[in-house]
Design a protein around this ligand. Sequence first.
Ligand SMILES: Cc1ncc(COP(=O)(O)O)c(C=O)c1O
Length: 366
Amino acid sequence: MKVPFIDLERQHKPIKNDLMQAFERVLDSNKFILSDEVRKFEEEIASYAKTKHAIGVSNCTNALLLSLRALGIGPGDEVITTPFTFVATAEVIALVGAKPVFCDIDRKTFNIDAGSIKECVSARTRAIMPVHLYGQAADMTRIMRVAQDHRLKVIEDMAQAIGAKYNGQMVGNFGDTACISFYVTKNLNALGDAGMILTNDGNLATKIRAYRVHGASKKYHHDFLGHNDRLDAMQAAFLRIKLKYLDNWNAQRRRIAKKYDDALRDVVATPFIREDNESVYHQYTIRAARRDELAKYLNEKGIATAIHYPVPLHVQPAFKYLGYKVGDFPIAEKAAAEVLSLPIQQDLTDTEVEYVIKCVREFYNN
Ligand SMILES: Cc1ncc(COP(=O)(O)O)c(C=O)c1O
């Protein structure tokens, strides 16, 4: 049997007619950038995430970048984030000329250790950028408390967490802005790149809308230098269709996660979800003894797995200039050596899930 990590054909087959109709609608409209289609999708996402504003952009990396720009963060500033994330989170901090300051992670959730953030605060700190990793919210109560105590901005990197809840509240409502990725492998995925910025601050929303179109509040009138970071109408149209399925898909992921939890918790460390959290399981990431051997064994059995992430950011060559070294963030480093993501796509069959379980157990029992 072959168990894919992601199989987009499987996801798209049942909704292909709807996607084709959306394609034709946009084609016939001859409006391909921003447009009514994007405006409607923004309204639908704002309503889904329960935020006042949603601004469609080209991808989540640029959503994070525009958030930093709109908050006025740049050279001389420091932004605290996690070293255990996709590179984009810290990359954009550096790209606006600010300094990423890493803070180690919580050993159970893999999210930034909220209790250690205050030790990273300096006179130059301007913001905290927590990541809701694998679809589980970071510890937002404690993060917002540190932010308030030190008058820091907060940008939620919710690339992996659309639909996740913290204390019953949708993620995306805690920080000054929150950034979503609709990359092809995400829970809500475009047929290409796309992203969104959420905010409950009207002034910030206006600023971000201008940053998205070269700093123009009116066409050809540029108040400041911005970017070209518009969302395509075609992607918005596809995403509007998929949004209707998101809750169902996330529920399916939770159902698969529960099966894995029940069947594997005695052989590996299954994901720890805090009581105040509802994860959307963008990844189902275990902590496994002999991780690389397990991955190899599963691969031989036809099961695709992935490592999120094999090298923490503080030891990536791209961030060498920051002066960190191996040993600086031991919890993140240990996680990088031990984590393994199992297939969790919503449309895996029970037979496939049971096969994954059987093979993982087989590896440890032999
Ligand atoms: C945590 C995190 N932040 C940011 C990004 C960047 O998203 P995008 O690919 O839409 O630019 C990703 C996407 O992989 C991510 O997982």
